[in-house]
Design a protein around this ligand. Structure first.
Ligand SMILES: Cc1ncc(COP(=O)(O)O)c(C=O)c1O
Length: 375
């Protein structure tokens, strides 16, 4: 590297070195061919190439580019038909596709509330929710994780239009939100509810429709965010709600407006996902079985209570969690450590993701490896 350039980047190196000192430096790694207990491919749609197998030849001639923002040249029939299909499946008036779940959350959270309004969000909400709220002119206040008493206190003190945001299954803890109680509080305090179903779609409900629909609470939500990069096995996201909400987002969600639209190939994949995951009953049953096996396993570490495919083993300390993950990886399992600052200090962890394609025997061997480790 030229000498001058290195000198000008000292401020970057300083920040990187802080991370190295905290043992929280991140690096890109290629997938390793180990047994997957890590990816978000819960149903195995990607592993088994189901969307490609279900496609006709014409799909491969679809454009890989959309040529512009949806508001300019990037709108096309297939993406609008895909949105109609999404809305119908999720029993909503309308849906709007975004390029990713990150974009969807950034777009809605930053636009939905104005100065003087209040957005109250679960403290464990995904970074995309929190980043969107930071961009908003409203005040953002967190409530203690899944704690409805604390949520009620925050609602009592809230000013202006009130919004409550939660995930239905939490990405890092794997637990469900108490949706019934949250809906009750939103009604009591006249607040709008927004739910992120990123880890529930494909996995929860008879047809993988997600938690809010399974509990018949979806009509109580102002907006629902569905992401396609996890259970559905493709990419992108959609926000469902009323036709008015869709019009509002098209006009005000900057991550929708100022970006090139998803290409036809992406919209096609989302349609295929909706033809595929609702049929995957066997896979959802298999996931339930594996969740039962892991929940009942006796290991010498604290496990978080989770009924979802996201299972958590707490190993406090970045170095300790990293070391535990490396021991498990050496035995042939792809399990990753989640470190501070992604999770709070002291709650560093192994995040073990279960998939329909994992066997009970593989999971048993993984549990054995963890059981032989000492806290
Ligand atoms: C709860 C939650 N919301 C949103 C996202 C972002 O979705 P995407 O990966 O499509 O950007 C994720 C995952 O990354 C997530 O876990």
């Amino acid at each position: 590297m030229p000498k001058g350039l290195a000198l000008k980047e000292d401020f970057l190196s300083a920040r990187i070195n802080e991370r190295i000192d905290q043992d929280s430096f991140r690096e890109l790694k290629l997938s390793t061919g180990k047994i997957d207990f890590c990816s978000n491919d819960y149903l195995g749609i990607v592993k088994n190439r189901l969307l490609e197998k279900n496609s006709d030849k014409d799909a491969f001639t679809l454009a890989h580019g959309s040529t512009g923002s949806r508001l300019l040249t990037g709108n096309y029939g297939l993406i609008e038909r895909t949105e109609d299909k999404i809305a119908k499946f999720h029993d909503a008036e309308a849906a709007l596709i975004f390029n990713s779940g990150y974009d969807a959350n950034l777009g809605i959270m930053s636009a939905i509330a104005g100065r003087g309004d209040t957005i109250i969000y679960d403290q464990l909400s995904h970074a995309s929710i929190r980043d969107g709220i930071r961009l908003s002119l409203a005040s953002g206040i967190s409530f203690l994780h899944n704690d409805c008493k604390d949520l009620e206190k925050k609602l009592q003190a809230a000013q202006g239009n009130k919004f409550v945001v939660t995930e239905t299954i939490f990405s890092m803890d794997g637990d469900y939100s108490p949706l019934n109680e949250i809906v009750g509080l939103c009604k009591k305090y006249d607040a709008h509810l927004i739910v992120d179903e990123a880890h529930a779609i494909g996995v929860i409900g008879k047809s993988g429709e997600g938690l809010s629909q399974m509990m018949n609470l979806h009509k109580d939500c102002l907006a629902r965010i569905y992401t396609y990069g996890k259970g559905p096995g493709c990419h992108g996201a959609a926000i469902t709600g009323s036709r008015t909400l869709r019009k509002f987002l098209i006009n005000f969600a900057r991550s929708f407006i100022f970006t090139t639209a998803m290409p036809p190939l992406g919209a096609w994949a989302i349609q295929k996902a909706y033809d595929t995951f609702p049929q995957m009953d066997e896979e959802r049953k298999k996931l339930e079985e594996l969740v039962g096996v892991f929940s009942n396993a006796n290991i010498p570490f604290t496990k978080l209570n989770s009924e979802s495919p996201i299972q958590v083993v707490i190993i406090p300390g970045n170095s300790e969690a990293r070391f535990a993950a490396s021991v498990i990886q050496d035995k042939g399992f792809d399990v990753r450590a989640i470190l501070y600052p992604t999770v709070p200090k002291g709650l560093e962890r192994l995040r073990i993701v279960l998939h329909a394609f994992n066997t009970v025997e593989d999971l048993g061997r993984l549990i054995d490896v963890i059981s032989f480790m000492r806290p």
